[in-house]
Design a protein around this ligand. Structure first.
Ligand code: PLP
Length: 371
């Protein structure tokens, strides 16, 4: 058992085993970094756009590049307005602040990012309580959502918001089926609840499913998506919704210190990300498929191939002598980086800075270790 102080020292987002301390390859000839799509570097076109960005003070709403990014994001998602924020976490928490009152209850699945990886911000910033439901690969059953909504009673917290996540991070990159989203939207409407979609990897879901972003976003009152994951921008996320929501969200962002002045310098990369990096996510999904198929053939590895829908591959180790942390360490020695997300569970994420050759190298390395 690791001590609490030990575990607090870990800043690997999807793990609790302190892997960042063993991430230095002993044989750094080649590095294939499959820890997260957040490691992607900006493209040359992004760097040019950043250097040349027209800027102003965005707190005065005078930065034309930020305004262009927000309008583009809103247009892509079919929403009235967008708000450029520092991170996906900030976007989610601002959305909670805008949708809820102190003492409300929000309904979410208990593996979601908002509940597990945002430092209890929902309790600290919004003072709401979370009702965690168990989804299937992170996808909630609409009947469970309906059952969880409490009737009005002086003893009960008020349910005001349902939070959904697509693609689902701990669910292994799973996609919310559009029909399920529609059913949950209907239930929310019947009971007067708002719906927030944590779409950090929304465009992965859309590219893989063929369902347009607008159709997905139409099922939620607010949608956050990240520019700095598979879309490869250096910084930022966008929150979208109707104008009244975005006005509230803008005040919440200011309260959290997220008023960023000449933010056009980074928003410029976000515009390039939306315009040039969405369709190529297909390559990441193809690489994840190759990786998953290769893993399925290795001895002592258990993987649910059906759960691999986008760019996240999660698998279990079934070996007595080697647990997940042990495999992570061995892989790191060969320059292959990934995270343990459970005692015997490993996560690998594909992205633009790992090509097919890198995937094959990772598989070859695994084959050598597990032989
Ligand atoms: C990464 C992620 C976030 C948070 O994004 P940051 O920009 O790292 O704060 C939120 N939700 C999901 C599902 C994520 O995967």
């Amino acid at each position: 058992m690791q001590g609490r102080a030990d575990r607090q020292a870990t800043n690997a987002p999807d793990s609790w085993y302190g892997e960042e301390r063993i991430m230095v390859p002993t044989n750094p000839g080649r590095v294939v970094d499959l820890r997260s799509d957040t490691v992607t570097k900006p493209t040359p076109e992004m760097r040019r756009a950043m250097a040349e960005a027209e800027v102003g003070d965005d707190v005065f709403m005078e930065d034309p590049t930020v305004a262009r990014l927000e309008a583009l994001a809103a247009e892509r998602l079919g929403k009235e307005a967008g708000l450029f924020v520092t991170s996906g976490t900030q976007g989610n928490q601002i959305s909670l602040m805008a949708h809820t009152q102190r003492g409300d209850e929000i309904i979410l699945d208990d593996n979601c990012h908002i509940f597990n990886y945002e430092v209890a911000a929902l309790a600290v910033l919004s003072a709401v309580q979370a009702r965690g439901l168990r989804g299937r690969n992170g996808i909630l059953d609409p009947a469970d959502v309906r059952d969880a909504i409490r009737p009005p009673n002086i003893h009960h917290p008020k349910d005001s918001l349902i939070c959904l996540e697509s693609t689902h991070n701990r669910g292994g990159g799973s996609i919310y089926p559009i029909e399920t989203l529609r059913q949950i939207r209907r239930i929310a409407d019947e009971h007067g609840l708002a719906v927030h979609l944590d779409g950090a990897r929304l465009f992965n879901a859309c590219v893989a499913s063929g369902v347009p972003a607008k159709d997905v976003a139409a099922q939620a009152d607010s949608v956050t998506f990240c520019l700095s994951k598979g879309l490869a921008a250096p910084v930022g996320a966008v929150v979208t919704g109707n104008r009244a929501f975005v006005d509230k969200a803008r005040r919440a962002r200011k309260m959290l210190g997220g008023g960023m002045r000449q933010a056009g310098v980074i928003a410029a990369a976000g515009i390039v990300a939306l315009e040039t990096m969405v369709d190529r996510l297909r390559e990441d999904h193809d690489n994840a498929r190759v990786l998953a198929d290769g893993l399925a053939e290795l001895p002592g590895i258990k993987i649910d191939l059906g759960s691999v829908q986008t760019n996240i591959v999660i698998f279990d180790m079934e070996r007595k002598e080697l647990d997940a942390a042990g495999l992570v360490l061995k892989l790191a020695g060969h320059g292959v980086k990934c995270f343990a997300v459970g005692p015997n569970r490993i996560r690998m994420v594909t992205h633009k800075d790992v090509d097919r050759a890198g995937i094959l190298y990772a598989l070859e390395t695994l084959r050598t270790i597990l032989r």
